[in-house]
Design a protein around this ligand. Structure first.
Ligand code: FES
Ligand code: ZN
Length: 310
């Protein structure tokens, strides 16, 4: 196999594009894909200030690295979720990356600033805190971006993540979510930052290859809370299909973004956004989902204490 650019022996194969690259040409191809995604979807421009949501894993660090190499102004943000060793390792990987490249990394510490950690948010039915953790992340990334004057929040969601989410939404016919799924979530309120996913056309293994070639020191560990999550099952299923039909994931996602989503989005009323009665952050209800989650948690603790006292 030869590099399609320089004909040297290839190190990375991208089967869905029927391409292969040597390690010298590959990073340029990867960054081109990121640039094309940014431009074709109108994600942000050269003058925009980008806040990258950092987890210490390959996707977020590869995204941050690629944006800087492409000449964008991008700072990072990390949330200390309090998930044992996983959080400690991911925090140090994020801090090492920022220090090595002399970058600003904003941090929010849930335990210190808000008095809770993600493992305490376990859902009583499924025993997993992942959905609540998603609420926590969306809330804080948005809040920090708006408070500090960033134009846009960029996350490292890749093709595999997006295809698995789409698959799950189709399986359960979540038409509301389907209408909103896409690489750009526009801002519809002054306190809502635009959200973008510049890696949505790049597969997990493309990002891993980029991180290895660019010597990005990321954590291999996945969040222990995600073990057994449905999204991982969907990824396995889609990977098995992709093995036999290269390009299937991309056709599934891009086909939906071009056709299906538009049809659904047109039928949905735009949600009315107001400010949360408790915290002032944007929400569609009277109290935002973050404050509701914290109120639930408080009630659980109070009733446990009352039961102990009685
Ligand atoms: Fe949030 Fe795993 S990273 S529950
Ligand atoms: Zn609130």
């Amino acid at each position: 196999m030869r590099c399609i650019r320089c004909k040297a022996p290839a190190n990375v194969e991208v089967r869905r594009h029927r391409s292969a690259f040597c390690s010298g040409c590959y990073p340029g191809w990867f960054r081109n894909q990121v640039q094309r995604a940014i431009e074709s979807e109108g994600m942000f421009g050269r003058d925009d200030k980008v806040l990258v949501a950092i987890s210490g894993g390959k996707d977020s660090l590869a995204l941050w690295h690629a944006l800087l190499q492409l000449g964008y102004q991008a700072d990072g943000m990390y949330i200390r979720l309090g998930i044992g060793n996983y959080s400690q390792h991911s925090q140090s990987a994020s801090e090492r990356f920022a220090a090595k490249h002399g970058l600003a990394l904003h941090q929010v510490d849930l335990k210190e600033e808000y008095g809770f950690v993600v493992p305490q948010l376990r859902n009583q039915r499924e025993g997993k805190p992942c959905a609540a953790c998603g609420t926590v992340k969306r809330y804080h990334f948005n809040k920090v971006a708006v408070d500090l004057g960033y134009d846009v929040v960029a996350t490292g969601h890749n093709l595999d993540d997006e295809a698995a989410t789409l698959f799950g939404n189709v399986i359960h016919w979540q038409t509301d979510f389907l209408g909103r799924q896409g690489p750009v979530l526009a801002s519809t309120h002054p306190k809502l930052a635009r959200k973008v996913k510049p890696l949505f056309r790049l597969a997990e293994r493309d990002t891993a290859a980029y991180a290895v070639i660019e010597r990005i020191d990321y954590i291999l560990e996945e969040c222990p809370m995600a073990v057994g999550a449905k999204s991982l099952e969907y990824k396995d299923l889609l990977n098995a299909l992709e093995e036999r039909q290269p390009g299937l994931k991309q056709r599934f996602l891009v086909g939906f973004l071009r056709g299906g989503r538009k049809a659904l989005a047109g039928r949905q009323e735009p949600a009315l956004i107001r400010e949360c009665r408790e915290c002032g952050q944007p929400t569609t209800g009277e109290v935002c989902s973050y404050c509701r989650m914290r109120q639930r948690k408080r009630r659980q603790v109070e009733s446990r204490m009352a039961a102990r006292g009685s």
